[in-house]
Each structure stands twice: as C-alpha cells, then as structure tokens.
Design a protein around this ligand. Structure first.
Ligand code: SF4
Ligand code: SF4
Length: 346
C-alpha cells in the first residue's frame, strides 16, 4: 500500500479536470438526502455525506439491465450481448460500501464469472473517503467489521485537516493522483492515527453494542433456527422488500424476457429481486418455499450472518444501516436480531 499527502485544492482541481474528461460519480445533495450521481465539479460533492439511500452497487449491477437483445430474420437469429462499458471514477465511497463492493467482486467472479458486472467493475476507479463520524444514526459498521475498508479500493482518502492522507492499493489509484502527491511523513502518519482514534471513539459511542462475538455470529444463527424471534419479528414484516433493495450486499435478481409484439425481436433483462418479497421463492407449480414472512426474515438474516459468512469468512452485512432506516416496522437489523437471540437463549 503506497501512502501520500494530497493538498485539498490540488485534489479539487483534479476532480474538476476528471469531471470534464470522464464520468465522475460522487455523493451529491438531493432534497433532504444524498445520492450518488455524475458530477461536473468538485463543488457538488457532499463531503462526509450522510448515507445515500441506494448504495453504489447500482453502477456495477443496475436495478434493471438488458443482458442481450435478439432479432429473427432471413432464417437466422441475431443476438447482441453486453452493453458498452464506460470508464468511470466512483468517488466518495464509504468504507461499508467498499467492503460490500469487495464482497460483490468475489461473488460475481465465482464459478460462472458474470461479464456484465466484471467488465463494469474493471472500468471503474474506486476512490473511498473515510467517515470521520457516523454517517447515519442507524450505522452498525464498527460492530460488523465494515468500518475498516481492508484495502478494497484503488485510492482511499482521509481528511487530516489541511490535506488528505491518501492510500493507494492499486497502480490505478497511484496513477490517478500522479503529479499532485507528496510522500507522507512520520508526522502525517501520527495525524492520521489521531484522526482515526477520534473517529473510532465516536462510532463506538453511537453504535449499539454487538452482544455475541463477531466471530460467533454464524454459530449463533445455526443454533437458533427455531428461535421465537423469527416468528415475533416476522409477523410484523410487510414483505415490502425495501431492506433488500437498499442493501449493498443483496445481489439476487430476476430474469425477464420482453418479446416485441411483432414476435421478431426482444430483450432479456435482469432486475433486482429480493428474498423478503412474497413472490421470490414461488415456483411454477404455485408452491412457495418461503411463504411465511418469518421464514423470509430468517433466510435474509442467515444469508448475511451464516451462509455467506461460512463460505467467505466474513459477515455479509457490512453495517451500513440502510435496511435499519428503510424498514418501517424496525424489525430487520441484523445486529438487533443477533443481540436478541443471544440474550434470549432457548
Ligand atoms: S443488512 Fe442492512 S445494515 Fe447490513 S449491509 Fe445490508 S442494508 Fe446495510
Ligand atoms: S423487514 Fe422491513 S423493510 Fe424488509 S420486507 Fe419486512 S417490512 Fe419491508
């Protein structure tokens, strides 16, 4: 990992230049919240932004995406595939979302590598910005190992006052700030440590404690498949699927075919889907494997804290807090569920 110091005005000039030359996507103000959107200058960026409603996964795995188009004619079928991929800089990504993208990189590259995701991912330069204070009152990132970005970026910036402390994990990250960086000195390192210490203390003060040990989460889930918490919380669920839609680590989709009425052409698309909705586990015969909302809540929580934890060695909740905010009945927080199970042993 290479470490540098970048003066703030220099970085803002660079962002302005990049925004003229390529697509730069960053958190911007939108009414009373922030969202990731293309910018034309650094002045539009909301630094230390509150959590965006929709995570940056939308630029790698859009809500709706045509996978292929087909057309029949002259006795043959013509199929066109992948959409053109553009170079983009994704700027101002919080550590929880960097971790989620790092997890998605592994998921989409596994077994049948998904070119639609991977090509977009290759064309993105990922610039993270550290959160110096909790971005949301619902954040649980410190507890769920999401606050440390673990090198899952090209470049990572921490505001240390008059300058940014920059860490480059890739050549792409180094190249991005070529010409405007200065080597980090021992005093800069000390300043960074002090900023991080203060930051961690703020998160520790605000975030609810995780009662079981992080490393025991999967074991706890496995031992409590019949815990009353599933039924009690599940009966309050609306089945709206909001918790799936806003989650940076939910990646389930539905594939839909749209045939034009002429029957000579059509498209195949994939759209976000979510395990909390009633239709998700319904099959052609009409059977629904998870008709009961409590089973769906348990399944979602198990995906985050048990199945994928066991498979990849870390929680697939990175603690962004979006689902906690989005859920109208306040039943879905993986941390609260784990705490409740831990405290009410059966
Ligand atoms: S489960 Fe909730 S808190 Fe965890 S990463 Fe998903 S949206 Fe964020
Ligand atoms: S847990 Fe909450 S957000 Fe998720 S489907 Fe149920 S009501 Fe909707």
């Amino acid at each position: 990992m290479k470490q540098f110091i970048i003066k703030k005005p220099k970085l803002f000039e660079l962002i302005d230049k990049l925004a003229r030359e390529t697509t730069v996507i960053a958190p911007v103000k939108q009414e009373n919240f922030t969202s990731f959107a293309p910018i034309t200058s650094a002045a539009e960026i909301v630094w230390g932004a509150p959590q965006t409603v929709i995570p940056p996964k939308q630029f790698l795995y859009p809500q709706s995406e045509d996978l292929l188009a087909y057309e029949f004619g002259n006795g043959e079928a013509r199929i066109t595939g992948l959409n053109a991929v553009k170079e983009r800089v994704l700027f101002g990504v919080h550590p929880c979302d960097l971790n989620a993208i790092g997890q998605m990189d592994r998921i989409w590259a596994e077994k049948n590598p998904d070119a639609n995701y991977l090509e977009k991912r290759k064309a993105i330069t990922l610039v993270g910005v550290d959160c110096l204070a909790p971005c949301s009152s619902d954040a649980i990132c410190l507890r769920l190992n999401g606050l440390d970005p673990k090198g899952r970026f090209d470049l990572f910036l921490t505001d240390i006052g008059s300058a940014f402390y920059a860490e480059a994990a890739t050549k792409k990250g180094e190249a991005l700030v070529e010409g405007l960086r200065a080597p980090a000195k021992a005093a800069d390192g000390k300043r960074l440590t002090a900023v991080q210490k203060k930051r961690t203390a703020l998160f520790d003060k605000q975030e609810k404690k995780l009662l079981p040990k992080y490393k025991d989460l999967s074991k706890l889930m496995k031992a409590n498949i019949d815990h009353p918490v599933w039924e009690e919380r599940g009966k309050l669920c609306y089945g709206c699927g909001s918790c799936n839609m806003v989650c940076p680590t939910c990646y389930c989709f539905d594939v839909q075919d749209y045939m034009h009425v002429s029957l000579v052409k059509g498209v195949r698309s994939r759209v976000w889907d979510g395990c909390m909705t009633e239709e998700f586990a319904k099959v052609a015969s009409g059977e629904n494997f998870r008709e009961d909302r409590s089973h769906r809540l348990r399944h979602r929580t198990y995906r985050k804290l048990n199945y994928l934890y066991d498979k990849w060695g870390e929680s697939f909740c990175t603690g962004c807090g979006r689902c906690v905010k989005a859920c109208l009945t306040k039943i879905v927080s993986p941390l609260e569920i784990a705490n409740e199970i831990y405290s009410r042993k059966i």
